[in-house]
Write a protein that binds this ligand. Structure first.
Ligand SMILES: Cc1cc2nc3c(=O)[nH]c(=O)nc-3n(C[C@H](O)[C@H](O)[C@H](O)COP(=O)(O)O)c2cc1C
Length: 362
């Protein structure tokens, strides 16, 4: 095992307890390798989902989506589209090229139940939760724009291609400059045929202003408005991190609801990761924990936001993400006011998840 591989020994077992008949992301290999080894989309015939579904006002065939992350490029996106996911979020892109962090990019951790603690231990076997560490890499704008255009042309009606974007600020940038960079990416995404833009206001593993916007309602409002002005007629979603404070949630909603169509929550929950020796991974910096460990957090936050939206009569939709992995989770999100859901971890471990949920119903 390379010293840079995820900490543990038995990587072949990842996902063995679920339907592993489908090709999937290889966590022992880095981002670039996985980027270049996207599986071929199959000729599948996903069971239809009864009911009428919309994503930011656009008709979609189901509320089942893939979050920003697993879809590294157009080929990955088409692969999951064929597997019965109708809302496809292109992994976050930037206004300039950015390399990925090195391995481990996906480090399984142990979680003993309850809220995500400040520190978690690494584990050899993936048991449902992992620390995510990519640093939001991006291809150059021309590359991802061409890829989005080609990908959209191969997607059927009823599928929604959302491009996740983030700013790439210099240390001395003002919030207006951050907003301008976000807006540039959004305009490019719109110009190359995306159906919508998801602005990432939360990245648990970058500490710059772009990763923390969701905790600063005033700045979030400034960026959301600039994004709305950049793409006035296009669905705009904002990706939000963990907010457990009712006042911050309310203030955030009041500032961004006039500009955004929907809020997507939650991103990974920040925590540090510890080796058996006690040494901290990632130079002691936090990473976003995803998977089972954050399901309750996501559901609680959705309930909080749903209550506030109703109480204050705000016009913004919710999209659930975080630890979702079965039909009951879809139902739980819909019951908390969501119009759709997104999967990341569970759909990476079991790409057949969408087919199973469609077959079983929710
Ligand atoms: C492999 C991977 C890469 C991710 N990359 C991004 C990203 O580029 N932008 C983003 O907004 N969220 C990213 N995320 C966070 C997911 O969109 C999602 O919010 C989080 O993983 C919680 O969902 P889950 O528990 O279903 O994994 C990533 C997650 C994973 C697992």
């Amino acid at each position: 095992m390379s010293v840079c591989s995820p900490v543990g020994e038995d990587w072949a077992t990842v996902g063995d307890d679920v339907d592993s008949g489908f090709a999937k992301y290889d966590i022992t290999k880095d981002y670039a390798w996985n980027f270049n080894h996207a599986p071929e989309p199959g000729q599948l015939n996903p069971a239809p989902v009864a009911g009428e579904w919309a994503y930011c006002g656009e008709t979609v065939e189901s509320p089942l989506g893939i979050a920003a992350g697993p879809l590294l490029n157009g080929q990955w996106l088409l692969y999951y589209a064929a597997l019965g996911f109708d809302i496809l979020t292109y992994k976050t892109v930037r206004s300039r090229e950015r390399a990925s962090y090195g391995l481990p990019n996906l480090q399984p951790v142990t979680w003993g139940g309850g809220a995500v603690p400040e520190e978690l231990d690494v584990t050899a076997q993936m048991s449902g939760s992992w620390a995510v560490s990519f640093g939001m890499p991006s291809k150059p704008p021309r590359f991802w724009q061409d890829d989005v255009t080609a990908t959209r042309s191969r997607l059927n009606k009823g599928k929604f291609l959302s491009v996740s974007v983030v700013a790439t600020p210099e240390d001395d940038w003002s919030i207006d400059e951050v907003a301008t960079d976000f807006a540039q990416c959004a305009r490019w995404a719109a110009g190359c045929g995306a159906d919508g833009v998801e602005a990432n206001f939360s990245c648990p593993n970058v500490s710059s202003v772009d990763g923390q916007l969701f905790l600063n309602p005033t700045d979030a409002g400034i960026v959301a408005l600039k994004l709305r002005e950049a793409i006035p007629d296009m669905p705009l979603l904002l990706k939000v991190g963990h907010i457990d404070n009712r006042e911050t949630a309310h203030e955030f909603l009041e500032k961004v609801a006039p500009s955004a169509d929907a809020l997507v929550m939650v991103n990974g929950v920040s925590a540090r990761v510890r080796r058996p020796s006690g040494e901290l991974l990632f130079e002691g910096r936090c990473r976003g924990i995803a998977g089972d460990a954050i399901r309750e957090t996501a559901l609680e936050q959705l309930a909080l936001f749903d209550g506030l939206i109703r109480q204050f009569g705000l016009d913004v939709s919710l999209v659930g993400v975080g630890g979702l992995g079965q039909a009951a989770d879809v139902r739980a999100c819909l019951d908390r006011g969501c119009e759709a859901v997104q999967f990341a971890t569970a759909a990476m471990l079991n790409p057949g998840l969408g087919l199973a949920i469609r077959r079983d119903g929710f």
